[in-house]
Design a protein around this ligand. Structure first.
Ligand code: FES
Length: 150
């Protein structure tokens, strides 16, 4: 099997895998980075969202062979101690209910706020619309993104 060298959370990681291995499974099964969640596996739920070159991207839809030279950030690498402004806002508002979708929500929100630091409520809702929360914590998610932008 080929070996791929990926840059994940600022470190080089060598992964031996079939070329069509989704990044999600390389992260979870080979690197033990289990913060990135499997929800649907077909690009529909957002639970698996990571950053690739700063863009929120669904890791279940990315083949490992497509990622040479890309900067990948997972929830584990967003901050060293959970103190990213989005994480702080999440804690202040007490967003999670079951918590399963939260890493993906936070990765989508943080990439969005990098590009749009002063969003309107409508822009927040539009940015977060592809991340499904089965507990329907959508109001708290929206409020936390707004708080992170303050
Ligand atoms: Fe990737 Fe649902 S697991 S979008």
């Amino acid at each position: 099997m080929p070996t791929y060298n990926l840059k994940i959370n600022g470190s080089s990681q060598s992964i031996e895998a079939a070329e069509d291995t989704p990044l999600l499974w390389a992260l979870r099964d080979q690197l033990d980075m289990v913060g990135t969640k499997f929800g649907c596996g077909i690009g529909q739920c957002g639970a698996c969202t990571v950053h690739v070159d700063g863009n929120a991207t669904r890791s279940c839809q990315l083949q490992i062979s497509q990622l040479d030279g890309k900067e990948i950030t997972t929830i584990e690498g967003l901050s060293e101690d959970g103190s990213h402004p989005v994480q702080e806002a999440w804690k202040a508002i007490d967003v999670p209910q079951c918590g399963y979708c939260q890493a993906g929500q936070i990765m989508t929100a943080s990439a969005f706020l990098e590009k749009n630091p002063n969003p309107s409520r409508e822009e927040i809702r539009n940015a977060m619309t592809g991340n499904i929360c089965r507990c329907a914590s959508y109001n708290r998610i929206e409020n936390a993104v707004a708080k992170a932008a303050e």
